[in-house]
Design a protein around this ligand. Structure first.
Ligand code: TPP
Length: 629
């Protein structure tokens, strides 16, 4: 007979505290099963979440949330936390429209202290909370849980720098699994695995022995010297020295799936005065073989078959990332100066092929978008041709580097902005809707967006020839399955494409072009005639074509999957103003700057009125309102 289920009775972390160690272990198994079952339907961050089940239970067993504050870095590993903090019922609607988010959300629960989604923020936030606690004469623990991948982000070091300086009471739980999304990179990662390997202890012994052996036994002064030497060696090789030297106590490494060890470790640091780091070693995908064997694929998985681990839906069409990846590999074969740079997203951006073919021309810099851009500037100034592939939302991190290091010097760096526009299930932190607005005003930059995956190829080919900074934005997910031209075609900067003639004007940017064509053809049946332009560029705009069409039009509509304020439509409006074309009626369709939820991209487009049906109705309504029919 199977034992009674424990999870249904866990409504808050308080309920954990009544459980025995055996019961906690059973609970961990139930939680794993629940996460696997749910994510197999909804998609989500499976491997990371399976890796922190015991760690999360131990934290909530020892600490007293919400009085004690637990902050999750990135937040993609918060599923166990959500399940035991009163959200079991809603968990089946994880990452769904009007369901619960896959990241911490203050709006959802008092146990979610800090909203996250982007990496490396937990340490700074935790320090802020710790300082505020002390200023307010309060007494609780602040715990930041950060992965070794997120520890590659520069802001984490800015935080460590101040944490070691202020020495506030603060607990850092380092979730070490040797993985970012891909295997973790960099010197610090190497250092952490050195700590885990047990080598520090061996080295201490060996080095101490050899130094002592080399000192002759000639009286106390030399023995003292020997002790001092041993001390130096102990300091040099003492585990966690890096953190210790910064003023942060180090405890570890701790077995991150052993509840007893975890609870003991957390108990022992609970009352520590000052900052302390607990180094826990976990395994991504723990408890589900396909995820354990392939944590990269299961970092963020689409819905999958539990038995086989294979994705449920297969599509013959390539994704934009795949087309980007194949194209950059092809261009890389032709031009050996092309260098690809990614910030911990080799797989996501489709750069695997390029990386495999050109290991010496590929750089994964870690979760370090600012550094990636700065590094690329250095490459470009020396005559190489860097392409920096980063998701639209994460490139926000590097705004000043794009301005100061690339655009001001007019360096030919190509930015490939994947996941631009609505990304769907990951929700507010991941929507790639700001890039047009945050790039459009920067000096020298060329902004482009392909109407389909075939045009992406030509744009990428052209971008390397412009000799200026270029950003190409393209959406998440599948292309249209259009045939891909073998020969590359050069697109001159600022050259738009008139796709259909008409009385009035609909100008679309990027993948919204296909929706524009559909809208125009639906409206044609209603007696509304719209010329349709594939703008291709948000900067420079095709001023010749657009002003020529605008002068004849009674109404102009712009369509983009980006934030309206400062976006593509604004660029067109400003350009018409410069040409003193004031008379046509003008309406922009895009995204208002409010936060909007997670869900399928189609659901969000409908919500925002950006699907073909809603746009057709809105334009018809506009014609009625202004008597254009
Ligand atoms: C600024 C930023 N860049 C990139 C990402 C994409 N991303 C999400 S999780 C992740 C890896 C995090 O690794 P780690 O912190 O070790 O957590 P793990 O998944 O291994 O538990 C990356 C690169 C992000 N969330 N934020």
């Amino acid at each position: 007979m199977s034992p009674e289920k424990i999870l249904p009775g866990i409504n808050s972390p308080q309920d954990l505290k009544k459980l025995s160690l055996n019961e906690l272990q059973q609970l961990a198994a139930e939680i794993r099963a629940r996460i696997i079952e749910t994510v197999s339907r909804t998609g989500g961050h499976l491997a990371s979440n399976l890796g922190v089940v015991e760690l999360t239970l131990a934290l909530h067993y020892v600490f007293d949330s919400p009085r004690d504050k637990i902050i999750w870095d990135v937040g993609h590993q918060c599923y166990t936390h959500k399940l035991i903090t009163g959200r079991q019922k809603d968990f089946s609607r994880l990452r769904q429209f009007q369901g619960i988010l896959g990241y911490p959300s203050r709006e959802e629960s008092e146990h979610d202290v800090y909203n996250t989604g982007h990496a490396s923020t937990a340490l700074s936030a935790a320090l802020g909370l710790a300082v505020a606690r002390d200023r307010n004469n309060e007494n609780y623990n602040v715990v930041a849980v950060v992965g070794d991948g997120s520890l590659t982000g520069g802001v984490a070091y800015e935080a460590l720098n101040q944490i070691g300086h202020l020495r506030e009471r603060l607990i850092i739980v380092l979730n070490y699994n040797e993985m970012s999304i891909s295997p973790n990179v960099g010197a610090l990662s190497r250092y952490l695995s050195f700590l885990v390997s047990g080598q520090p202890y061996l080295r201490i012994k060996e080095q101490a022995k050899s130094v002592l052996r080399s000192i002759p036994k000639i009286g106390w002064p030399l023995i003292k010297l020997a002790r001092a030497a041993e001390g130096i060696i102990l300091k040099t090789f003492f585990p966690g020295l890096f953190f210790e030297q910064l003023g942060i106590r180090y405890l570890g490494p701790i077995h991150g799936h052993n509840l007893y060890s975890l609870i003991e470790a957390f108990e022992s640091v609970r009352n520590h005065q000052g900052p302390i780091l607990v180094h826990c070693v976990t395994r991504k995908g723990k408890g589900y073989r396909p995820a354990q064997m392939n944590p990269e694929k299961f970092h963020s998985a689409p819905p999958f078959d539990i038995t086989t681990g294979q994705p449920k839906h297969r599509d013959e069409r390539p994704t934009y990332s795949q087309v980007f990846g194949e194209t950059i590999a092809e261009l890389g074969r032709q031009d050996k100066k092309i260098i690809a740079v990614t910030a911990a997203m080799t797989d996501g951006t489709g750069l695997n092929r390029f990386a495999a073919e050109n290991p010496d021309r590929f750089f994964d810099v870690g979760i370090a978008e600012q550094h990636a851009v700065n590094f690329a500037a250095g490459l470009a100034i020396s005559g190489l041709k860097p392409v920096v592939a980063i998701y639209s939302t994460f490139l926000q991190r590097a705004y000043d580097q794009i301005f100061h290091e690339v655009c001001l010097m007019d360096l030919p760096v190509v930015f490939a902005l994947d996941r631009a526009g609505i990304v769907g299930e990951d929700g507010p932190t991941h929507q790639g809707t700001n890039d047009i607005a945050y790039l459009r005003h920067l000096p020298n930059i060329i902004l482009m967006a392909p109407r389909d995956e075939n045009e992406l190829r030509h744009m990428l080919y052209s971008a390397f020839q412009y000799g200026h900074p270029v950003a190409i934005r393209f959406p998440k997910g599948y292309g249209y399955g259009v045939p891909l031209d073998k020969e590359f075609r050069f697109i001159p900067p600022g050259q738009a494409e008139l796709l259909k003639s008409g009385t009035d004007l609909l100008i679309a940017y990027g993948h919204m072009v296909s929706i524009a064509i559909e809208v125009a053809s639906r409206l044609e049946e209603e007696g509304i005639s719209l010329a349709v332009v594939n703008a291709r560029f948000a900067r420079p705009l095709d001023e010749t074509l657009l002003t020529q069409l605008a002068r004849k039009a009674r109404a102009i509509f712009t369509l983009e999957e980006g934030v309206l304020d400062g976006g593509f439509g604004s660029a067109v409006r400003e350009m018409l103003d410069r040409h003193e074309i004031f008379h046509p009626l003008f309406k922009r369709f895009g995204i208002p700057p409010e936060i909007y939820p997670a869900g399928q991209p189609e659901e969000i487009r409908r919500l925002l009125g950006l699907d073909a049906g809603s746009l057709t109705s809105s334009i018809k309504e506009f014609y009625r309102k202004y008597n254009l029919l």
